[in-house]
Write a protein that binds this ligand. Structure first.
Ligand code: GLC
Length: 419
């Protein structure tokens, strides 16, 4: 971790170092077209207000981004005024962030999904404004499923079988690089979101329940992880053990996978002019296990203002602009980023650009939260333990039964911190 951090900090301070002339600095994600969209939004605000802003990019992995922010904030540094923060971080970072309802007014979050506003409210303080929401969805090759006579799978078992069949037939036909299923399997936050979907859709709970009880060591969770382990090197390349969102998208978008688990942002890129799978892709909810129902992990990003900013009010104004309706609509249409403003799910232009914002509305509205609210400041440790465990099961180093028994004791020891 430390080894990774040093270049990250050097990178951030180099970027910030050049930034002194600007009035503000914002850090944005750079997954897919994210950085470009952020820069365009910022440019519109600059144009409107006459102020200048530096945009710096952050690592793609949510886990690495968190380390970077924790370093910067724990040094009480105001180098970054506005920060893009993950939906699972408010409890971890609240002490370093401004209460935006004080600066922007009590009703600033009106019209946004109440669950996200509640998530971003820590001890009565609104520490971040909702920017976009996320939920895991299943991408599939419409053309291939049609050719081989299949409907999109309802269960993980069906997904496995269809993936095996099409992968084998396509390879037989000379398409050597074809794989059945890709997802996010690196040991990082993205694996937590994937593995939670496998477990929850087997009716195996959410690792830690709403009362803070550790529930992960159960037979359904074991079955879910055991099944996922069988995919590796069968329908999933071994390389997935090091995949984040973008590696999975790269393989799928070049036409080499039947199915992919990813977030909605991958849609507009898969549909772009230089995509090999343009007009060949469908999006449905994720499959479920024998006893459960489909589960999509709730993701998403928010904009927060650092308490150490020297330009707090201006920074808050930028946040209000970027999270406002016009920007959310533009980002939905151009980048298939899910709005957090409920009304935009009835906007015809948005629904034409991203039809599944309508058809999968229930998936977005009922997405399963990671246990970040209940574990608060310990969430980082809980998630790390869960993704490490899931990674060792996928790698074949240990059985799911043994791994989850061990994880349970590890989480029980941590539990003293949140109970
Ligand atoms: C997406 C989600 C975020 C999640 C991350 C994991 O960016 O929006 O909530 O933590 O993926 O890779």
């Amino acid at each position: 971790m430390i080894r990774q951090l040093i270049p990250l900090i050097a990178l951030a301070s180099a970027a910030v170092g050049q930034a002194h002339a600007a009035d503000l600095t914002i850090s944005c994600g750079a997954v897919g077209a994210e950085l470009q969209l952020c820069k365009e939004g910022v440019a519109a605000w600059e144009e409107k207000t006459g102020h200048s802003v530096d945009v710096i990019s952050t690592p793609n992995s949510s886990t690495e981004r968190l380390s970077l922010y924790q370093q910067i904030l724990s040094a009480n540094s105001g180098d970054i005024d506005v920060m893009q923060i993950d939906v699972v971080w408010p409890g971890l970072l609240a002490n370093h962030l401004l209460d935006l309802s004080e600066t922007l007014g009590e009703d600033v979050a009106e019209g946004h999904f109440p669950a996200i506003v509640e998530n971003n409210t820590v001890d009565g303080r609104l520490v971040a404004m909702p920017w976009f929401t996320d939920a895991g969805v299943l991408y599939y090759r419409e053309d291939l499923l049609e050719e081989y006579g299949h409907e999109p799978p309802e269960t993980w078992q069906e997904l496995t079988e269809i993936a095996q069949e099409i992968q084998a037939a396509e390879r037989e036909a000379g398409n050597d690089g074809m794989w059945g299923y890709v997802f996010q399997g690196r040991a990082y936050e993205g694996l937590t979101t994937n593995a939670l979907e496998w477990v929850a859709s087997h009716d195996g709970g959410t690792i830690v329940d709403e009362d803070g009880q550790v529930t992960i060591n159960n037979e359904r969770a074991v079955a879910a992880l055991d099944l996922a382990a069988t995919w590796i090197d069968d329908i999933t390349p071994e390389g997935v053990l090091n995949y984040t969102e973008e590696e999975a998208r790269g393989l799928f978008q070049s036409g080499n996978a039947v199915f992919m688990r990813n977030w909605p942002y991958a849609w507009s890129l898969a549909q772009s002019e230089d995509s090999d799978v343009r007009d060949k892709v469908g999006v449905v909810k994720l499959p479920h296990g024998p006893e459960g129902k489909s589960a999509a992990t709730l993701g998403g990003w928010n904009l927060a203002v650092s308490k150490y900013s020297e330009n707090r009010e201006l920074a808050a104004d930028l946040v209000a602009f970027l999270t406002g309706k016009a920007e959310q609509k533009r980002r939905a249409i151009e980048g298939s980023y899910n709005p957090t403003l409920e009304a935009l799910y009835e906007d015809e232009e948005v629904l034409t650009a991203v039809p599944f914002f309508g058809t999968l509305y229930d998936t977005f509205a009922n997405a399963v939260a990671r246990p970040s609210a209940v574990t608060g400041e310990s969430y980082g440790r809980v998630s790390n333990a869960f993704f490490d465990t899931s990674h060792s099961v996928l790698s074949g180093d240990t059985s799911a039964a043994d791994a989850l028994a061990q994880l349970e004791s590890q989480l029980r020891r941590l539990k003293r911190r949140w109970k």
